[in-house]
Design a protein around this ligand. Structure first.
Ligand SMILES: [Zn+2]
Length: 85
């Protein structure tokens, strides 16, 4: 576990950073916290890798959700039903 000291003598631990990283990815952190998280993940390789992984994962989930959008699925089902009758 790494502890990174900041210029402002506030310290964000890895546990705190990882706890907030999901909010950060969702853009739902307050600006103050955003800069703290950014400062941590640029200095801490551990958290940086984790952050990149989570970001990639989220992008993949979003893409998968778009590919299997409910509307598209509905149309597919309707087409299948139409083909059967
Ligand atoms: Zn860290």
């Amino acid at each position: 576990m790494y502890v990174i000291a900041h210029k402002t003598d506030k310290v964000m631990t890895c546990a705190e950073a990882l706890e907030k990283v999901f909010d950060y990815i969702d853009n739902s952190t307050i600006p103050e916290l955003t800069s703290e998280i950014e400062a941590h993940i640029t200095q801490c390789l551990n958290c940086h890798e984790r952050f990149e992984f989570e970001q990639l994962l989220k992008a993949r989930i979003n893409r998968a959700a778009k590919l299997h959008a409910p509307e598209q699925l509905k149309q597919q089902i309707e087409r299948l039903i139409a083909a059967r009758s």
